[in-house]
Ligand binder design. Structure first.
Ligand SMILES: CC(C)(COP(=O)(O)OP(=O)(O)OC[C@H]1O[C@@H](n2cnc3c(N)ncnc32)[C@H](O)[C@@H]1OP(=O)(O)O)[C@@H](O)C(=O)NCCC(=O)NCCS
Length: 334
């Protein structure tokens, strides 16, 4: 696809933050009936990070990621036009975490909003942010993906506590006329999947009460097997679809950047695309599933290996159900 001369939204900087505390499989063995072998074999996760400390929330991880990003790009926070904060664990129901982040970093000229699409949040946010660049409306859009999953996990529920971790990544979108940037997106949602992955209470359906707290309804609930089956088919399907409609082949794709939910789901997607493992970004063993954070954290970790013009396919799947894939051409040498 030739896009030279067309206004495209390109990622021009990326940064991330993971908290210091490491929650290992061994520590989980002392909390629930599980084992390091079982967790590794079924998910590929060895450890995850947990944000500890009084008064620390998702926005605080956002501050660390964004301050690093602004420093790297050599710009001030007041230059940001828009902040999209993709999160399922906002600091509070309102105001938006994007507003809180904007205040904490001093983004005086930005407007912003939160985007909630569970684990697909970042690719939804990236696609949304790109529209404001492509239309010419904005020059600098921050897309932040981060979650403090430990705030909604029941550490007595072995079906969920082994999977999730805390972390946050951020990218800056700017106009590009060299043919690099976001090229295409396939985004999907199916709300009939809501019984299988959700937080039952705390919204308008079941407002917080003593009963909802006693029934553990403020924690993430997951029917793992159903989610797995849906994810394994649909994440691979959208990745294959985006390759096909952009005439991409296993040889012309340099990187798959998959949501890190389960190593087996990542492998199935890579297999379907015909990609060798060395083209697949995987850090699930270190961080688990950080929900909106997984994809920008991968981009951050692999940034130094990325070359201008590389073809990247991003793919994600999450609660809702939501899923999708983004094709972008990387815009700078890392
Ligand atoms: C959660 C998940 C790892 C469970 O793996 P699974 O292979 O589906 O395992 P099952 O749920 O069928 O359970 C198999 C057995 O292991 C047991 N088990 C479940 N969790 C366990 C744990 N943490 N440790 C040890 N045993 C466990 C089950 O009780 C079951 O035992 P049984 O056979 O005696 O009934 C897997 O379903 C999964 O990854 N699902 C998708 C989750 C996901 O990606 N979520 C995020 C979406 S963005």
């Amino acid at each position: 696809m030739m896009n030279k001369g067309k206004l495209q939204a390109a990622i021009t900087a990326v940064h991330g933050y993971v908290p210091e505390y490491v929650l290992t499989n061994q520590e989980l063995e002392s909390m629930v009936d599980t084992s390091d072998e079982w967790i590794m074999a079924r998910t590929g996760i060895k450890e995850r990070r947990i944000l500890k400390g009084e008064g620390l929330a998702t926005s605080d991880m956002g501050v660390k990621a964004v301050e690093g990003l602004l420093k790297k790009r050599g710009i001030g926070a007041e230059e940001i036009d828009l902040i999209i904060f993709c999160t399922t664990t906002p600091d509070m129901p309102f105001p938006a975490t994007a507003n809180i982040l904007g205040d904490k970093i001093g983004a005086k000229n930005a407007w912003g909003f939160d985007l909630q699409a569970a684990c697909s949040g970042f690719i939804y946010g990236l696609t949304t942010g790109a529209q404001f660049i492509e239309s010419g409306k904005h020059k600098k859009v921050l897309v932040v993906g981060g979650d403090k999953m430990s705030s909604i996990i029941n550490y007595k529920d072995r079906a969920t506590c082994i999977i999730f971790g805390d972390g946050c990544g951020a990218v800056l979108l700017e106009p590009n006329e060299e043919g690099n940037g976001l090229v295409d997106a396939v985004l999907k949602s199916d709300g009939s999947g809501r019984p299988y992955l959700n937080i039952p209470a705390g919204g308008s359906l079941n407002p917080a009460s003593h009963e909802t707290v006693d029934a553990n309804m403020h924690y993430a609930y997951q029917e793992g097997k159903t989610v797995f089956k849906f994810a394994v088919t649909n994440m691979a399907d959208v990745a294959a679809e985006i390759m096909e409609r952009n005439d991409l082949t296993a040889d012309t794709v340099q990187w798959l950047v998959p949501h890190q939910a389960n190593k087996r789901i990542i492998d199935a997607t890579a297999d379907r695309m015909g990609l060798n493992p060395e083209k697949v970004m995987v850090n699930i063993h270190k961080y688990g599933n950080t929900t909106s954070g997984t994809i920008p954290l991968c981009l951050w970790e692999w940034e130094s290996q990325l070359k201008k013009g590389d073809n990247l396919v991003l793919a994600a799947f999450g609660g809702g159900f939501t899923w999708g894939s983004v094709y972008l051409k990387w815009a700078y040498n890392g």
